[in-house]
Design a binder for this molecule. Structure first.
Ligand SMILES: *[C@@H]1O[C@H](CO)[C@@H](O)[C@H](O)[C@H]1NC(C)=O
Length: 615
């Protein structure tokens, strides 16, 4: 408020302006008075009255010889004082106010021709309606030509299955037209509070409500409605777009709108040829409690106005696929998801969610929402949409390439007390690993197999194929006794696979006698968790670090019907006879420490152990 006052003073100093001696020094005072009585946001004028009073006693004279320049100076002053770019002062010696549009008293066939010129209507491919209206007519005119509009326009739009409503060129309209338009896209019941309009000159607020009865049928609430906008969409058209957007009935596609006003008046300043253009009413949206005025309506999908129609057509095509995608997703989950009961439940609940997807505007939005719903319904972060089309297998790698690969994939070290260290960050596929088992044994395993204790570092291991797990586990058990490591249930085939230690291995076993510590972190995932889970369950290793990720066995990638959506679905789960395994919950360590401290903790434990053993 104080700031408003300070800004007004330099402006009002201009009150004592001499322009060719032709203007009364109270020009500014008169203008300020007009604003006080007409400007739609009177709260922004706080302090104006005091400023007028103080300016009246100001004697400083400013000389601006030319009235056009003065109008510009005044405009700048008003705009910076009130911070509203819609306020302007102009000098128009020959201004004749535009007469309110008279109803066309023309014969019907002529009226038809006029309407057909001012309204563009098409039915596009796929039964998509397209309607362009460049002026929003008011209640009175609608009353006169309603039947004609119904016959020529609306009855052709009604049978379409989606509508593109083009307001890119709509720069004028009547306030009373808003409830008509909005009502055709909402239900008759319950009545909806569309907008509230505060009119400053009358100091009254009018509520606009949806209409219980309309000429002709409603388009209703079910079919997609896309509104195209541009930076030239102004005034009443902005209100229509903003209301339908916030009622969640329409998706706005195009550019941010002009930020005009529901009502603009051009008022003569006293007996001068200066006019002040002032927004005299404002809209307060009941949903947002705000207005689109000045800032404009932000589109849901922002594209250049020229590209808006194509973007809208694309959105409608996407939405048409959604019911089949939800249905197809449900079926894939029910038939393939590792946890059968959960899968059936997800499918059923997903089918009921269709109405949540009516405002989806892009493939990314669809995928994000679908993944979020799958997570919410299943509690499993591995069940989701994916872009991961299965990778191609490595083509005939040479032995040199394999050695290089192994050198970067595995890290080994030797610590004091002959404690070995082995780190690897991925699990390879069994077929591949078998082919290179000899290389791994030579270049990696032989460096740590003769140690007295071993630290296996899986803190950065994000998983991979589970086919190598039995082989890897077997190195830490003895050859003479086969052990059942885990049972895996495979949902698509309904079969159970038992994982047994292997009787024969490449290279030497570590065996069951020497101590083993496995390091974990919250990132340890998938196949790495299965390995940790097995080693912990069989009491073969001490686990130090953080609870693991709680991911899943490797997921399958499934295409949803004929669409270009893909799902990642875990199809296998570990034996749950003894309660939940690690999927979704992770493996808890024996000794919980932050991942960064896990290696030192492990070394300490071994050092103390070996120090004690030497005594
Ligand atoms: C407008 O009306 C309200 C009551 O409805 C009144 O409190 C307020 O003073 C009025 N404002 C002006 C500027 O007349």
């Amino acid at each position: 408020m104080a700031r408003t006052l300070i800004l007004l003073i330099p402006l009002l100093v201009l009150g004592n302006v001499v322009v060719d001696g032709a203007f009364a020094p109270d020009l500014i005072v008169a203008m300020a008075k007009i604003l006080l009585d007409n400007y739609c946001s009177p709260e922004k004028l706080a302090g104006m009255q005091e400023a007028i009073d103080s300016a009246s006693s100001n004697t400083e004279i400013l000389s601006i010889p030319d009235p056009e320049t003065l109008a510009l100076v005044l405009t700048g002053g008003v705009q910076s004082t009130i911070n509203d770019p819609r306020l302007t002062v102009s000098y128009n010696p020959n201004y004749v106010p535009a007469a309110p549009p008279v109803l066309p008293l023309m014969p019907p066939d002529q009226l038809v021709a006029v309407l057909q010129r001012s309204i563009k209507l098409e039915v596009l491919e796929g039964n998509v309606g397209y309607l362009r209206i460049d002026h929003i007519i008011g209640e009175e005119l609608a009353g006169k030509i309603g039947t004609l509009l119904l016959e020529l326009v609306w009855n052709k739009i009604l049978p379409t299955s989606a509508l593109i409503f083009d307001l890119r060129y709509t720069g004028s309209g009547e306030l009373s037209g808003i409830p008509y338009i909005v009502s055709y896209f909402t239900d008759a019941d319950p009545p909806i509070h569309i907008d509230s309009v505060y009119d400053r000159p009358s100091n009254t607020t009018t509520e606009l409500w949806s209409m219980p009865t309309l000429l002709g049928q409603r388009y209703g609430t079910k079919k997609p409605l896309l509104i195209l906008t541009s930076a030239n969409t102004r005034g009443i058209a902005e209100d229509v777009a903003y209301c339908l957007k916030n009622l969640k009935r329409a998706t706005i596609v195009g550019e941010r709108t002009a930020g005009g006003s529901v009502k603009i008046d051009k008022i003569k300043i006293g007996e001068t040829d200066f006019y002040v253009t002032v927004p005299s009413a404002k809209s307060i949206n009941p949903v947002t409690k705000r207005s689109w005025e000045v800032t404009g309506v932000t589109p849901d999908v922002e594209v250049d106005a020229d590209d808006a129609l194509a973007a809208a057509v694309k959105i409608i095509a996407l939405r048409a696929q959604i019911p089949a995608i939800l249905q197809g997703t449900g079926a894939l989950v029910a038939d393939n998801y590792a946890f059968e009961n959960v899968g059936a439940d997800v499918a059923e609940k997903l089918a009921a969610l269709g109405s949540d997807y009516t405002l989806i505007s892009s493939k990314e939005e669809l995928e994000t929402k679908l993944s979020a719903d799958l997570l919410r319904l299943s509690g499993d972060k591995c069940l989701k949409t994916t872009h991961n089309v299965p990778a191609l297998p490595l083509m005939n790698p040479t032995p040199e390439m394999l050695i290089e690969l192994i050198k970067v994939s595995f890290h080994t070290d030797l610590f004091e007390n002959n404690v070995g260290y082995l780190r690897f960050d991925m699990f390879g596929d069994f077929e591949e690993v078998q082919a290179i088992a000899q290389i791994i044994v030579e270049h990696v395993w032989n460096k740590v197999v003769n140690t007295d204790a071993l630290i296996v570092d899986l803190r950065n291991n994000v998983g991979g194929a589970t086919t190598a797990i039995t082989g890897l586990c077997s190195y830490f058990f003895d050859a003479d006794k086969q052990i059942l490591l885990d049972k895996l249930y495979d949902r698509p085939s309904g079969s159970i696979k038992e994982l047994w230690t292997l009787p024969e291995l490449t290279g030497v076993r570590y065996g069951t006698k020497k101590s083993l510590i496995i390091l974990t972190s919250g990132a340890t995932a998938g196949a790495a968790e299965e390995f940790v889970y097995i080693m912990k369950k069989h009491g073969r290793a001490m686990i130090i670090g953080e609870t693991t990720s709680g991911a899943c066995h490797p997921s399958g990638t499934f295409r949803v019907g004929e669409s270009d959506e893909f799902l990642s679905i875990p199809t296998v789960h570990s034996d749950t006879a003894q309660g939940p395994a690690w999927e979704g919950v992770g493996v808890t360590p024996h000794i919980p420490v932050p991942a960064a401290a896990a290696l030192d903790t492990a070394k300490d434990i071994f050092n103390k152990h070996f120090a004690g053993a030497k005594k």
